[in-house]
Design a protein around this ligand. Structure first.
Ligand code: 3H9
Length: 704
């Protein structure tokens, strides 16, 4: 008997316990072990029925995701799937009632195993789901065939195309599970199994007819394809999932399963799957900092305070309140703090209007935010996040004050996006507690928290920040203290190329269009119109004082011309685009292209036709090259951290795996070749990063 599956008999019920920490993933030997245990129970005269349950915090979280990287060809995929399908059928052929007892999560292959059992009972707080699509694949162990035999087509489609798990009550109402147990799950499952044994009932999911009939099922699939055409642009897995589910309505179980295997093979060998699997592990790797051990003490964060009730400060306060943490929100006077509170209220009201939040939940969450104009109560805060203007003197004064009004263990975080953390760390006199918490706008929505460690930041402050990021529903990435850190340092190169391409002859809407086609939610110019052209202008002025630039190379003055015209972006009704009053629709403005042409003439640039391929190649090459420099200088721990920063901070398409992973898919020798070509064509400011040259010469990627 496999060590991964424990077998015991209690009161004539065989209990099969999967024990493969941490999440009982279906690594080598697990399904085989379940099959063996089922065979043993079949032949065990002392057992009338069986219960399959998971040890630890969850039932089965699905296939071992690491395995997908080892499947290189369709043939390998088909062979594995065939073996898996056959095993699940043998499990389903159990001669005695087989009941899955689900706690925690039954996800992917976990739910597929549960559906291969005859019955399913679940704990009231458990969830079931088919999240494969989030990894660029479809359910590959019969899920697309068994799920529509238990629930209506619409839900099966939603689960397999959106990947969101379903809570117990919904799963029960839909027919995916047979009972929800409110007391002890195992006891409830045993009782359920005993009743089925007494009734001599064995129900195989594969023998059921689909819950929705053929015509309605096919129609539901067609409708879902239409919806997805708008929402899943650039992705293939959600469409393949629908194709597979459709087969459940049009083919018998055997033929439908064969179709699922073919479609799964298409997906598992795709770049989309490789990129999404890469991102799954990138999210989790980011929480691992080599010199901060797992057991580093963490300060519990029960109360927080935010200084500055502007856009960022207000969003940060919302992020805390959303996580159930009471937060003080301070600004200089009543008017400022009330303005901030009004914006917060408006944001929550909009969530209520969209049905994303109940009015009760809004009232409870708002009650966690206390506006203030003084430091009363700051001595109770476990963390303070400073979100005042980007002005070094102001920040230093703020940190010096904070050190006086907070308790010695309080973490002092700054939301600065560019300033030197070490300077205000010194001003505080408590540098070990000072750390950057760079949120991305809107701070209550964007998932990235760039955690900036200063020279003297303590390991406790870093570990606390990582734990806090998770509590706030963010992905925390620890980075070093260089100008712009990782996110904004790289965005400077992204913007440099966008400005130069514009001067060379591309238009604003062409460049934005090429990047949205690539998968970005908004192009560089649309993004700047949201953030504010004045913000970039202020940073450039600050840098000019010290003779610095944000990115090497020619500094386009087109954004300065827009600033001088009072075109700050959406907030002034014009920026890179024009906006009608009250509308955010971007209207291309020929005037901007004329300004670009005039600036190009000033710099002696002969304008030409620029292709979309060149736009993507120039911008992505600049990002990867600068990312490589950031790694070699030690400001990021690993390439996947940069990918996480870009995906969660700027909406870089996860299915392309982030800028460093994308460079790997292009091939580092090609990326290097491009840097050299651009150096020839545009000037010496294009220089290959040493890490790029090294990895390309070694035939390796950034991630290998
Ligand atoms: C599938 O099933 C395909 C089938 O249809 C066909 C084939 C049979 N594999 O997230 P956490 C690791 S596709 C390998 O921090 P939480 C994770 O990396 C699969 N490793 O915990 C981490 O390791 P480390 C469909 C996995 O409590 C540790 O476990 N299933 C897997 O916040 C803890 O994870 C999914 O997509 C795995 N399947 O959340 C479910 N899952 O500590 C993916 C986790 O070294 N998993 N690990 O960094 C999840 O969504 C969450 O992990 C879960 C727990 C909700 C279960």
């Amino acid at each position: 008997m496999s060590q991964l599956i424990r077998y015991e008999v209690r009161d004539r019920i065989a209990i099969l316990t999967v024990d493969n920490p941490p999440v009982n993933a279906l690594g080598p030997g697990v399904v085989e072990g379940i099959e063996e245990a089922v065979a043993r129970a079949n032949g065990d005269a002392g057992a009338d029925a069986m219960v399959l349950i998971g040890h630890g915090s969850t039932f089965i979280a699905g296939a071992d995701i690491k395995i997908f990287g080892t499947i290189k060809t369709r043939e390998q995929s088909l062979a594995r799937s065939e073996a898996m399908h056959a095993r699940l059928k043998r499990i389903e052929d159990a001669t005695k009632p087989l009941v899955a007892a689900i706690h925690g999560n039954a996800l992917g292959g976990g739910l597929e195993i549960a559906m291969s059992c005859h019955y399913r009972v679940m704990a009231a707080d458990a969830k079931v789901g088919q999240p494969e699509v989030l990894l660029g694949i479809i359910p590959g162990a019969g899920g697309t065939q068994r799920l529509p035999r238990l629930c209506e087509a619409a839900l099966a489609i939603e689960m397999c195309t959106a990947g969101k798990p379903v809570p117990a009550a919904k799963a029960l109402a839909a027919g995916i599970v047979d009972d929800v147990v409110s007391g002890n799950l195992l006891d409830g499952a045993i009782e359920f199994a005993r009743a089925r044994a007494a009734a001599r009932e064995v129900r195989k999911t594969r023998d059921l007819t689909t819950k929705t009939d053929r015509n309605a099922g096919v129609a539901a699939c067609a409708a879902a394809r239409t919806t997805l055409a708008a929402t899943a642009k650039g992705l293939q897995a959600p469409f393949k999932a629908i194709d597979a589910i459709e087969a459940a309505f049009t083919l018998d179980f055997e033929a439908g399963s064969a179709r699922e295997r073919e479609l799964f093979a298409d997906c598992v060998t795709s770049t989309e799957c490789r990129a999404l699997v890469h991102m799954f592990f990138a999210d989790r790797e980011a929480a691992k900092v080599p010199d901060v051990p797992k057991d580093t003490p963490v300060v519990p964060i029960a109360r927080a305070a935010v200084i500055g009730a502007g856009t960022m400060g207000g969003g940060i306060a919302m992020a805390y309140a959303n996580a159930g943490i009471p937060v003080l929100l301070k600004d200089v006077d009543d008017a400022a703090v009330q303005r901030g509170m009004a914006t917060i209220r408006k944001n929550y009201e909009s969530s209520v209007a969209k049905g994303r939040m109940t009015a009760d939940a809004m009232a409870r969450t708002m009650a966690l935010i206390t506006p203030t104009t003084n430091y009363d109560g700051f001595d109770q805060a476990d963390i303070v996040v400073e979100a005042v203007f980007e002005n070094m003197d102001l920040k230093k004064t703020t940190f010096a004050e904070l050190a006086k009004v907070t308790k010695p263990t309080c973490i002092l975080a700054s939301n600065t996006s560019t300033l030197d953390i070490d300077e205000f760390a010194q001003a505080s006199g408590r540098p070990a507690q000072v750390i950057g918490h760079h949120f991305f706008s809107p701070a209550n929505v964007m998932k990235l928290l760039e955690i900036v460690r200063g020279k003297e930041t303590s390991k406790e402050a870093i570990a606390t920040s990582l734990a806090l990021a998770k509590k706030l529903g963010k992905v925390g990435v620890v980075v070093g203290n260089c100008f712009g850190f990782v996110a904004n340092r790289m965005i400077a190169y992204y913007m440099r190329e966008a400005y130069l391409l514009l001067e060379e002859g591309a238009t604003v809407s062409q460049i934005d269009g090429a990047l949205t086609e690539f998968g970005m939610p908004v192009g560089p110019f649309g993004m700047q119109d949201i953030a504010g052209i004045d913000v970039g202008w202020r940073i450039r002025q600050h840098l000019k004082l010290t003779g610095q630039t944000r990115a090497e190379g020619p500094q386009s003055e087109v954004p300065d011309r827009l600033y001088e015209l009072g075109r700050y972006g959406q907030k002034t009704g014009a920026g890179w685009y024009r906006y009608e009053a009250g509308s955010r629709t971007r209207i291309p403005d020929p005037m901007v292209d004329e300004i670009a042409a005039a600036e190009a003439a000033k710099r002696g640039i002969t304008r030409r036709k620029v292709t979309n391929e060149e736009i993507i190649s120039r911008i992505m090459t600049a990002l990867a090259n600068e990312g490589a420099r950031i790694i070699e200088e030690g400001y990021a721990t690993r390439a996947s951290d940069i990918d996480a920063v870009y995906c969660y901070g700027f909406g870089y398409p996860r299915h392309k795996g982030g800028p460093m992973f994308y460079a790997d898919t292009v091939g580092l020798p090609t990326v290097l070749e491009r840097v050299k070509e651009y150096r020839e064509q545009f000037g010496d400011y294009w220089q290959p990063a040493a890490l790029l040259e090294k990895r390309a010469a070694e035939g390796r990627g950034f991630h290998s």
